[in-house]
Design a protein around this ligand. Structure first.
Ligand code: SF4
Ligand code: SF4
Length: 130
């Protein structure tokens, strides 16, 4: 079976999301647009309002909608659309624009940090917490 990548990987990427516990999905303020919600709704077979309610919450301070989180077994919490066992996105094809764009560079700062800590601990499975 063909394995899909959990995240967009630029050709010259110096990081591997498959070897990462998903730091970027633990970021508490992942902003979503109406277009993102519409795409998510279509992907999971809900209408717009249902998807908005289920997957997002309103931040009255910033006046934006954020992805809802839930308690995680590695980080304090992760996006509720994150598979905590497989450590990858469950809606990869329909993920929000901000998730598609991140890290918008051949390097990922989180991954550099992870590699540094794994080398330092001499443990390729070590999960460094920020
Ligand atoms: S933190 Fe970086 S390496 Fe880890 S999943 Fe996110 S983009 Fe991939
Ligand atoms: S939608 Fe997917 S890629 Fe974006 S934060 Fe949630 S789990 Fe991560």
């Amino acid at each position: 079976m063909k394995k899909s990548k959990p995240f967009p990987i630029p050709v010259r990427a110096k990081y591997s999301c498959l070897k990462c516990p998903g730091y970027c999905c633990s970021y508490p303020e992942i902003e979503v647009t109406p277009r993102d919600i519409e795409r998510l709704a279509k992907h999971v077979g809900l209408d717009y309002r249902q998807a908005e309610e289920r997957f997002t919450k309103y931040d009255p301070g910033e006046k934006v909608r954020l992805l809802r989180h839930r308690k995680d077994n590695v980080f304090e919490s992760t996006c509720m659309l994150f598979d905590q066992e497989k450590r990858r996105c469950t809606v990869y094809e329909a993920r929000p624009a901000v998730c598609r764009e991140y890290p918008d560079s051949p390097r990922c700062g989180y991954y550099d940090f992870l590699q540094f800590e794994r080398a330092h601990q001499d443990d390729p499975e070590f999960i460094a917490l920020t």
